[in-house]
Design a binder for this molecule. Structure first.
Ligand code: FES
Length: 115
């Protein structure tokens, strides 16, 4: 799904503030968002709360394009939000990310995997 940049995209940080493979928590319009940089100019944004329980995914471990919840070990795709293993069975929201120069922009208004 392609989303145009519009006024709902808000600057979160500069890309240089995100370390490769190190999740970071961002608060965006009341949403807790887990930001993960997986490449020089590749950043993902997913809902920070594990779909299994009220646990912060940004405290988990990144492995490629997945993040592992530290409490029970469910892994979530950073691309689709889908859990790739139990005990979680429901996806987490994935938010579109755009780069404007070195600025990282996220829209929490347009999750890419929810209707
Ligand atoms: S709280 Fe995340 S897998 Fe259980």
């Amino acid at each position: 799904m392609s989303v145009e940049i519009d006024e709902t995209f808000l600057r979160v940080c500069a890309i240089g503030e995100l370390s490769l493979g190190e999740p970071a928590l961002a608060e965006i319009e009341g949403h807790r968002v887990c930001m993960v940089r997986t490449g020089e100019r590749e950043v993902h944004a997913i809902d920070d709360t594990c779909s299994h329980a009220n646990v912060s995914l940004s405290e988990g471990e990144v492995d490629g394009c997945t993040i592992e919840c530290w409490l029970h070990g469910s892994r979530f795709s950073l691309l689709t939000g889908e859990p790739t293993g139990p005990p979680a069975t429901r996806p987490v929201a994935v938010y579109p990310v755009r780069l404007d120069g070195d600025d990282v922009l996220v829209s929490v208004a347009h999750p890419t995997n929810e209707s």
